[in-house]
Design a protein around this ligand. Structure first.
Ligand code: ASP
Ligand code: MG
Length: 469
């Protein structure tokens, strides 16, 4: 029997109205699909609020998390009131309230300890999804669909990498089959928490921020789904962020590789890890708009060959710093790059882009600005001797940088593209600080000053729209 897995993101469950729309979408899908499973995010803003509560509590603030608990209570209360008939409100409230109580007691514990372990952070940040599933399941029952809220800690077995846990697919598949299939076979809809899993000993883990998409990929693969639909708040994947480029258009089709590059470089359309479990099994992946459900959205295909045009989309990742290590004494000395990135890795910062000048007198890479002081400290420590001897002159950072990434699988077969991109940027008076080309030749990234980032995106986007590149 055909199986469909649908995931509704934070804005698709952001309030009663959006939840009601999402529930209607499920009802409509039930007409065409005998088996449907639903994954949901926390209501938008809730995960951020939970994390803020945890971090402020760890930093010694015993007040903020109490206020946050009140706000979250109010937010869920309004949704409860609008989603179900009066007599069904109080059982639903009883489903939600224990999680808010748990939030307060976990934050209280963190506050007393004065620190939040990754495990505690996951326990706290998982609570948003554990509440939202009850709201959606209740709404579905309200409109006549048998639905059951299911916590993915019962389904997705992970390792204990709290904060970015990795699923064990075989056991996960067995658990999903056992727990979900009987319900789905009789036409019921499981409403499953995105974002979370659990270790073998039962500790709740999270899959990383934005990880509900990944949950949909994992459960789609585990249930051998025919299709996975990701419901968001835009008409699929667009050629650029429409808030920056007003004439941005939906891409009807995009390859797995293209969307991976886009997702990695800041277009918040899809969590990059979603793709692998799905592509490996040939499952169709669609990105659709909850607020415009009749729009077809974007289909993600395995490979769109060389015919499909050169550059497809442009995106920007903000809040970056460009860090440069420079010195004449670096010339020809092996191991500098390894030591540089070893030091960065030890500071637990993920590098977003790397370039090295052929003179070998500098290495330059970008990392999120929030972590730049940590990175510099680690590098100064690693190269203490070389700095003292002046083999390395300096470790410096340029802040307020933005990485602009141009994506398109056809780039590989289109000579002269970089030239077109640079002349477009030149005419727009954008100064390019650094360049890197993805080794897949499916993307080119440019670092520009934050003040010029929007202009850069628009200049490149004009090439896409005019089909000049
Ligand atoms: N609620 C989680 C987050 O905000 C997961 C998700 O929405 O995908 O990161
Ligand atoms: Mg998301």
């Amino acid at each position: 029997m055909k199986t469909l897995v649908m995931k509704f993101g934070g804005t698709s469950v952001g309030g009663a109205e959006a939840m009601a729309k999402s529930a209607e979408i499920v009802r409509a899908a039930k007409k065409d699909w005998p088996q449907v499973a639903v994954i949901v995010s926390a209501m938008s803003g809730v995960t951020d609020a939970l994390l803020k509560g945890a971090h402020t509590a760890a930093a010694g603030d015993a007040e903020t998390f109490r206020h946050i608990a009140k706000e979250l209570h109010a937010k869920h209360e309004i949704a409860i009131h609008d989603l179900v008939g009066a007599i069904r409100e109080s059982p639903l409230r009883e489903n939600i309230e224990p999680y808010l109580a748990e939030f307060e007691s976990l934050c209280h514990a963190v506050n007393i300890l004065g620190e939040a372990s990754p495990r505690a952070i996951d326990a706290i940040s998982s609570l948003g999804e554990r509440m939202s599933i009850h709201l959606i399941a209740a709404r579905l029952r309200e409109i006549g669909i048998e639905a059951e809220a299911v916590e993915a800690s019962e389904l997705i077995l992970t390792d204990d990498m709290f904060g970015s846990a990795n699923p064990q697919m075989e056991e996960t598949a067995a658990k999903c089959e056992l727990r979900l299939r009987p319900l789905m076979r009789r036409g019921g809809v499981p409403v499953i928490t995105g974002f979370i899993g659990a270790t073998r000993s039962g500790a709740v883990t999270t899959l990383g921020r934005g990880g509900s998409d990944y949950s949909a990929g994992i459960i789609g693969a585990a249930m051998a789904a025919d299709e996975v639909w990701i419901w968001t708040d835009v008409n699929g994947v667009m050629t650029a962020d429409p808030r920056v480029a007003a004439d941005a258009q939906t891409l009807p089709e995009l390859s797995f590789r293209e969307i991976s590059e886009l997702a990695y470089y800041g277009a918040k359309v899809l969590h990059p890890k979603t793709i692998r479990p799905v592509i490996e099994r040939g499952i169709q992946l669609w990105i659709k708009n909850t607020f415009n459900p009749s729009h077809p959205g974007t289909l993600i295909v395995p490979d769109n060959g060389r015919a499909a045009g050169a550059i497809k989309a442009v995106t920007a990742i903000k809040g970056q710093s460009l860090i440069t290590i420079e010195g004449r004494g670096m010339l020809g000395v092996p191991g500098v790059a390894a030591r540089t990135f070893g030091a960065v890795a030890r500071s637990r910062v993920s590098v977003t882009l790397i370039t090295q000048a052929s003179s070998e007198q500098s290495i330059c890479f970008s990392a999120p600005s929030a972590s730049v002081s940590r990175v510099i400290a680690a590098l100064e420590e690693e190269f203490r001797l070389e700095l003292a001897r002046r083999d390395i002159d300096s470790v410096t950072a340029i802040n307020d940088a933005v990485i602009v990434t141009v994506v398109g699988a056809g780039m590989k077969y289109t000579p002269g593209l970089a030239g077109k991109i640079f002349s477009a940027l030149g005419s727009a008076n954008v100064n390019v600080i650094a360049i890197a080309q993805g080794s897949s030749e499916c993307s080119i990234s440019l670092v520009v000053d934050a003040k010029e980032a929007d202009e850069a995106v628009r200049a490149i986007h004009d090439l896409i729209i005019a089909k000049r590149a």
